[in-house]
Design a protein around this ligand. Structure first.
Ligand code: NAP
Length: 245
């Protein structure tokens, strides 16, 4: 018996790393992509292997449809058929729109939104053929409600919701599910970049009165990916400590 295989984009740090380790604990062999931090990626692979599963990591630019496709093919050759895809690779380039450079707009759209398209495009046809597969996409509270200073990021994350819901409708009859997770403030390098004053102010706006952990998002994704969520598709699930109430 071979283990099921999961592909996690942006799996070297933060939410993606927590998802990769959680899916390994769930019994998956896990392949991860990252941008440049090979040491962090190697640590995640070591964690996957410590759980008794096979791990694979590669620097693959999420924005490249071709490179993402090539890596998905490699994963299938080396680990076996992919059953689960989690798209966590993401970046921010925050600035008020009036000051935003065109590159700051396009970099965020390319990595976050085109990157999500690239990963979904790389696995969907095979998932449909096999009548099996589960996809979870990372949006954000900013993608649902918008956020001042994040027009590029919010647009990419709103786009991910549209992509996810549309794809869910296309593939449901083929036994494939697609869901979207919209985290609020989660303790990762992404939010560590915020000034301390802004972090404290942000935490006060959360009814739970704290930031969430990457583990809490990973536990939610573990559920959505699994057969325990077999009748859930096309949903956008907030993991935000009540921020959007
Ligand atoms: P993070 O800690 O900054 O990690 C980002 C991950 O994405 C890293 O693995 C990074 O690789 C990878 N990455 C960045 N650019 C890439 C590219 N061009 N190609 C491939 N991989 C790339 O981020 P996070 O906080 O875990 O966020 C994960 C996802 O959740 C993102 O989509 C983010 O928008 C979303 N999210 C986060 C929060 C939050 O509060 N943290 C809230 C809502 C939504 P390297 O390690 O090599 O740089």
């Amino acid at each position: 018996m071979t283990n099921p295989v999961a592909l996690v984009t942006g799996g070297s740090r933060g939410i993606g790393a927590a998802v990769a380790l959680r899916l390994a604990a769930d019994g998956y062999d896990v392949a991860i992509t990252y941008s440049s931090r090979s040491e962090e990626a190697a640590k995640v692979v070591a964690g996957i292997e410590a759980a008794g599963r096979r791990g694979l990591a590669a620097a693959v630019d999420a924005a490249s449809v071709e490179d993402t496709r090539a890596f998905a093919d490699r994963v299938e050759q080396e680990l076996g058929p992919i059953e689960a895809l989690v798209c966590s690779a993401g970046i921010t380039r925050d600035k008020p729109l009036a000051l935003m450079a065109p590159e700051e707009w396009s970099q965020v759209i390319d990595v976050n939104l085109t990157g999500t398209f690239a990963a979904c495009r790389a696995v969907t046809y095979e998932f449909m053929k096999r009548q099996r597969g589960s996809i979870v996409l990372l949006s954000s509270v900013a993608g649902v409600y918008g956020n001042a200073g994040q027009a590029n990021y919010a647009a990419s994350k709103a786009g991910i919701i549209g992509l996810g819901r549309s794809l869910a409708k296309e593939v449901a009859r083929h036994g494939v599910r697609v869901n979207v997770v919209a985290p609020g403030f989660i303790e990762t390098d992404m939010t560590a970049a915020l000034p301390e004053k802004a972090r404290a102010k942000a935490a006060k706006t959360v009814p739970a009165n704290r930031f969430g952990s990457a583990q809490e998002v990973a536990d939610t994704i573990s559920f959505l990916v699994s057969d325990r969520a077999s009748y859930i598709t096309g949903q956008v699930l907030g993991v935000d400590g009540g921020l959007t109430l």
